[in-house]
Design a protein around this ligand. Sequence first.
Ligand code: HEM
Length: 501
Amino acid sequence: MGVLEDVQGVLLGTAEKAIQGDTEAVGWVVVAFLSLSIVVVLAFNQVPSGKGGKVLPPLYAEGLPLIGNALAFAKAPLDMVTRGHNSLGDCFTINMASKRFTFLLSPSAHEVSLLSKDTDVDVKDIYRFTVPVFGPGVVYDADLDERYFQFKMLGSGLRITKLKGYVPHMVNESESFFAKWGNEGEVDLFDELARLILMTASRCLLGPEVREDMFEEAAELIHILDQGMQVLSLFVPNLPTSAHRKRDQARKDLQKLFQKVISKRRETGIVGDDLLQVFMQARRTDGSSCDDFTIVGLLIAAIFGGQHTSSITSTWIGLHLIRDKDLLSRVVEEQQNALKGQDGQLNYEALMQMNLLHRVMKEVLRMYPPLIFLMRQVENERTYKGMSIPKGDYLFMSPAVTGRLPSLWAKPNEFDPDRFAEPRVEDKKARLTFMGFGGGRHSCMGEQFAFLQVKAIWSVLLRDFDLEPVGEMNVPNYEALVVGPKGPTTIRYKRKVPRAT
Ligand code: HEM
């Protein structure tokens, strides 16, 4: 297909989907429109030159002048970025919609972004779309001092002593969830795990009141909030669409719902073992406490941080394990040994001994990171390899691209969890090589929580069931905002010890 036909096909197909109400497509139409609308402006300024003789990163471009980049990026962003990397190396810029997107695609290039101070490289503008979901003044919308206080609270709620206390809830939730499965049958793995992960996270983070008395209502509101976060929302978070209106109402309703729990705990003196309690008890250095609106916003942020990411990760684990019998039997054997060492108890210590399962999860995140791009904006000029990255540039790192670079990983398209074990430790050869949880200043705060939660779920599943794949292995759905497996993820299960019917 010629370039022109290619471009025409993308434009027409995307516009058609947009007209049919596909919000994702609407987002890309906005990108294409923005590109077209700046044709005249850019025609005279296409190749930015460094001011004062400074050398800028090389420019990468594809297809038609001016709109080619936006179209190629909209069509297959990872392919385009990989081509850019192959031709220009680990740092280059793509001009799109009058903005400069500078890609950093190696461990040393990651440092430019991830090790910089927040005053030099920030996320506030990028994460604007989270403001209606978490609430004004929460996390990225707060000034830096307040943001650090909020992150500190989150850190306290996810520290090791708290995590140890969450494990029994993770195991109990998993056991009761799978107890509802029959002796054998077929399920959609992703749908099942997404629901279980929300239940587990609700218990550990929101507390027993929400989990036991108001779960369905909370789950529905969280779902509506989620539906209000579309590609379009990245560009215009407050556009008065139906999804945005419902999102705003759901945020208000969640406030009312969680407010009941907060008020009751204050009145009765009930103390929870959850993240909510940590937020309620936290104090700033001046002695002031966190207001209830912010508490609810932070709870929403914590749930959102882990919901799609952990559901997707745990699904890929299953999809791989059930197709690789050797690996599966090693994981099961490891689990049996870990349980033996704990008198059969699936506890924190047992989970921590499951190193192979840990590596399987890491390998999933190397090959299928749910967050395929991590973004920042330059506040103060940065330099890399003698090149100047100017203020205002959007910085893009891509765990999905760097996770498959042959220069970093042996046979990068093979699923091989032992690459993380001694003596290979491919992820340790350079800092910021493995990017599934990000890295540096803003690496994932829920990493340990996620490992424990996902390992607990898989330990219960593998202990109690034999599992078989149904159909072909899935491929990643790169059209989604958070990338998971494309299509149904059906599996067949059979209880190891059938229950009397
Ligand atoms: C497998 C599951 C998970 C994956 C793959 C994942 C991935 C990530 C990544 C890649 C980042 C860095 C984003 C960036 O640099 O822009 C991040 C940040 C973050 N994650 Fe996770 N995450 C997971 C689970 C969780 C959970 C369970 C929580 C909360 C309980 C959580 C809370 C956060 C928070 C608060 C941040 C922001 C940290 C900051 O800005 O300083 N994540 N996560």
